[in-house]
Design a protein. Structure first.
Length: 284
């Protein structure tokens, strides 16, 4: 059985023992052989230790993509290097073309939000990411500048769009390879690739938050791939907004946004072929 979890934010637990206890409770309840986590697992400094604690408690192999919070306190290259060197039982999908588990073909890639949706560059929202991820902080002037001088937003937005585009190209290449071995593809990512998948309490995120809660650059690619491969079926698993919902931009492409920690981490459900038939995993 493959269990899907998103946004567990393990660094919010007060102690390592609490993480272990939570992992053991999942093991006893679900007995998963594999666990897939779609990002926001911890912060850079705790990522390796927290994933290791969880893996030992679960006694299952973990496959994951990082989320924006996992880069906090460090830079992108350092965290990517950590992610790709965690051993055989904790593998980052970003580092792999695809993986076949229990008849499912999983392809994963983290992509930053691209700042394009909703109010785009005119959004006044400033995320902690802008200060806590070194690569973003290097392009971010100050809260005052962001608020009062719209031009000051350009370097950061350009950087985000470059990162989103690079990740999208990487993901497309991986999906093309996966399509050569399977017609049923599960894509694991963190940021919703469509604004319509950026759920917040049963509704969509507001215009102000939309630029930071979605990555249309990736969504446009996924739509093109789904339309060009009508015989294939795609299910996308993401998180980031911490509220769940389903969006189906095409008959053969369903996007599932999982429920994040609030206040405790939760399970979004099993990963099965039902995902291709628009059946919510959290209702099983
Ligand atoms: Fe999160
Ligand atoms: Fe996130």
């Amino acid at each position: 059985m493959i269990l899907w979890i998103t946004d567990p934010h393990l660094d919010y637990f007060h102690s390592d023992r609490e993480i272990t206890r939570w992992g053991v409770s999942l093991q006893e309840t679900y007995h998963p052989e594999y666990v897939v986590i779609s990002g926001d697992i911890s912060q850079s400094i705790g990522l390796k230790k927290h994933l290791s604690l969880l893996q030992k408690a679960l006694k299952a192999s973990i496959w994951f993509v990082p989320g924006n919070h996992d880069y906090w306190g460090s830079d992108i290259a350092t965290v990517d290097a950590i992610c790709s060197s965690l051993g055989k039982k904790i593998q980052c999908l970003d580092s792999l073309d695809y993986v076949q588990l229990e008849g499912m073909t999983l392809v994963g890639q983290f992509a930053w939000y691209d700042g394009r949706a909703g109010k785009g560059r005119t959004s006044g929202v400033q995320l902690w990411d802008f200060r806590r991820v070194k690569d973003l902080a290097a392009e971010y002037q100050s809260p005052w500048m962001w608020q009062h001088m719209e031009d000051s937003r350009t370097p950061l937005l350009s950087r985000l769009q470059t990162l989103a585009w690079a990740a999208t190209q990487k993901l497309e290449a991986k999906i093309c390879k996966a399509l050569q071995v399977s017609q049923d593809i599960v894509v694991v990512t963190h940021v919703p690739p469509y604004l319509e998948a950026a759920w917040y309490r049963g509704q969509l995120s507001g215009e102000e938050y939309a630029p930071w809660f979605s990555c249309p650059t990736m969504g446009e690619m996924l739509s093109r791939v789904a339309v060009n491969n009508p015989e294939a079926r795609f299910a996308v698993l993401c998180g980031h907004t911490h509220h769940h919902g389903i969006y189906s931009p095409h008959p053969n492409l369903h996007v599932y946004t999982g429920l994040g920690r609030e206040p405790l981490p939760v399970v979004s459900g099993p990963i099965t072929h039902d995902l291709f038939d628009r059946k919510a995993p959290w209702e099983r």
